[in-house]
Ligand binder design. Structure first.
Ligand code: GLC
Length: 546
């Protein structure tokens, strides 16, 4: 398997990254225009979220043709140019494969709708009276997960929007089709793949869920490991970089998805750390982050994955998450410090770090406070659901402001120019109104900027094997709000501490800190950190080498 331990991936949400033609919508040419910026940052791969033909009901996660590029994003020539120019700069491309479902506009689904039985078997159609869905499962975007088709007198399953129909992976023809798509893009020279919600592909049964929303009937389902091994093996992608997005998964399954000898994926995204501010596990119920829980998550998963030679993708943000800076950091006085602390905390851990566009300059949530300014189908649905559940408009919008996926989808803030330099036209979603202060242009040359700190973290991973290869063990007796761990490699040590609060936290290191260099947000020496105990300042990150 490919060694991904010293690599760093940068995630691009193309529609919001850079618009080359002034239509307000980011495109592939826009990505090509910014390759020098990305090379300067030092990243190895770009994961591009889907740019295939799509009605864009779920911003491209509803694919209607996996081999063609949506004209909104450009042409195949634009893609080839991007791949070639990226390669010249030592950067590989990872494409996003949405294989749990297709758009209902996909040719396969259209044929199924026309009554072609072969294609109906590509999807999950079930018989049930028209007023009684086959099961009580809920769609992840709200409402029942089944849609009735009167002409067929059958229901089809959609775990996401009703325009996203779940594929039937039990049908070997479906699995063959998907392998062909991977071979197609491999032949185009891409370096790897991200697999969308790939742990949902094997449905266990189609029974009612008496306890929950149905997820226990299809999450990490009975054949998922078998299907992944087959897909990766037959498509010949084992030596490419691959990452699976795992929804509500378990540590045991992640060990298998990414275990060194399992021949499934290079690494996994899992999300427990991003649920520590869900009240009673409900994303749409607000609560301050439970930092004790966050600390326990890192101990269990980082050490648990290590014990079984499995590998993590390290990340705080992506296109489905509110900005970590707004969530776990501080947008005010400690903006810069908390952005750097959050970055350092995960970049020095065991795994492959992912940077989501804008993290490297400290972008924040939207604070739109008006449902008409949001674009995401999930946010719009839940705004209605919350009101139906009795929340006032004011209360419902406050929840959406915190939890909307659009928080991570606003245009990249390139400069203080109009539309943050993203587009000369009207952006498809508004720019956050702090772009005059928070933008790339003001940071690239400044060696104390958040951008430069990311650059340093990336180059450290490449020069220090203790970061890419070292063992990790966590300090479990720190006060809540502080996270600390030690990396060890060939007799050397690296100790890392982060303060996730705006209060000082006293740390007793028991005199074990090594005597080497110290890295903190501004590289200011912290001579006191080697005393038997020291105080972590608000949002401070301290890393000490031995
Ligand atoms: C993943 C994607 C998300 C999408 C969903 C359905 O979670 O990251 O954006 O809505 O899958 O494809």
């Amino acid at each position: 398997m490919l060694n991904v331990k010293d690599k760093v991936v940068y995630q691009i949400y193309p529609r919001s990254f850079m618009d080359s033609n002034g239509d307000g919508f980011g495109d592939l040419k826009g990505v090509t225009m910014k390759l020098d910026y990305l090379q300067n940052l030092g990243v190895d791969y770009l994961w591009l979220t889907p740019f295939f033909i799509s009605p864009q009901v779920d911003n491209g996660y509803d694919v209607a043709d996996y081999r063609r590029i949506d004209p909104k994003f450009g042409t195949m020539e634009d893609f080839e140019e991007l791949a070639e120019e990226a390669k010249k700069r030592g950067i590989g491309l990872m494409l996003d494969m949405v294989f749990n479902h297709t758009s209902t506009e996909h040719e396969w689904f259209q044929k199924a709708l026309a009554g072609d039985e072969g294609y109906m078997d590509y999807y999950i159609f079930k018989e049930s009276p028209k007023d009684a869905p086959p099961t009580n499962w809920q769609s992840k975007f709200g409402g029942n997960a089944w849609k009735y088709v009167p002409a067929l007198k059958k229901w089809y399953l959609h775990l996401f929007d009703e325009k996203q129909a779940d594929l039937n992976w039990e049908n070997p023809k479906v699995r063959e089709e998907l392998k062909e798509i991977l071979r197609f893009w491999k032949a185009k020279g891409v370096s790897g793949f991200r697999f969308d919600v790939v742990n949902l592909i094997s449905k266990a049964d189609f029974e009612n869920d008496s306890m929950g929303d149905g997820r226990s009937h299809y999450t990490d389902g009975p054949h998922v490991h078998e299907y992944l091994k087959e897909l990766v093996g037959d498509a010949g992608i084992e030596d490419m970089i691959t990452v699976g997005e795992m929804s509500s998964t378990s540590l045991d399954n992640c060990i298998r998805y990414s275990g060194a000898d399992e021949h499934e994926l290079s690494m996994v995204f899992h999300f427990q750390h991003l649920k520590v501010d869900y009240k009673n596990g409900d994303k749409w119920s607000l609560m301050a982050p439970d930092l004790g829980e966050l600390g326990r998550f890192f101990v269990n998963w980082q050490e648990g994955m290590q014990d079984h030679n499995a590998w993590d993708a390290l990340f705080w943000d992506n296109h489905d998450q509110p900005r970590a800076l707004s969530r776990f950091g501080n947008e005010g006085e400690y903006w810069e410090k908390s952005a750097k602390m959050l970055a350092g905390l995960i970049h020095l851990m065991r795994g492959t770090p992912y940077i989501y566009q804008g993290d490297e300059i400290g972008m924040t949530n939207t604070h739109f406070h008006d449902i008409h300014r949001y674009r995401d189908v999930e946010s719009k649905n839940y705004f209605e659901i919350l009101k139906n559940n009795g929340l006032s408009e004011e209360e419902a919008i406050a929840v959406v402001d915190e939890r909307s996926r659009d928080n991570g989808r606003t245009p990249m803030q390139w400069s203080a120019a109009a539309n943050a330099g993203f587009s000369t036209g009207e952006p498809w979603i508004e720019v956050v109104d702090n772009f005059d202060r928070i933008n790339a242009a003001s940071q690239v040359e400044d060696e104390n900027s958040i951008f430069s700190f990311y650059k340093k973290l990336i180059s450290l991973r490449k020069s220090q094997k203790i970061i890419s290869e070292g063992r990790i063990s966590f300090e479990t007796d720190l006060p809540v709000g502080a996270i600390g761990y030690t990396r060890e490699y060939e007799g050397k040590k690296l100790c890392v501490f982060g303060n996730m609060t705006s209060e000082e936290i006293a740390v007793n290191d028991n005199g074990v800190l090594p005597a080497g260099a110290v890295l903190s947000q501004n590289d200011s020496a912290r001579p006191d950190v080697r005393d038997a105990g020291f105080a972590l300042r608000p949002y401070e990150l301290v890393a000490v080498w031995g």
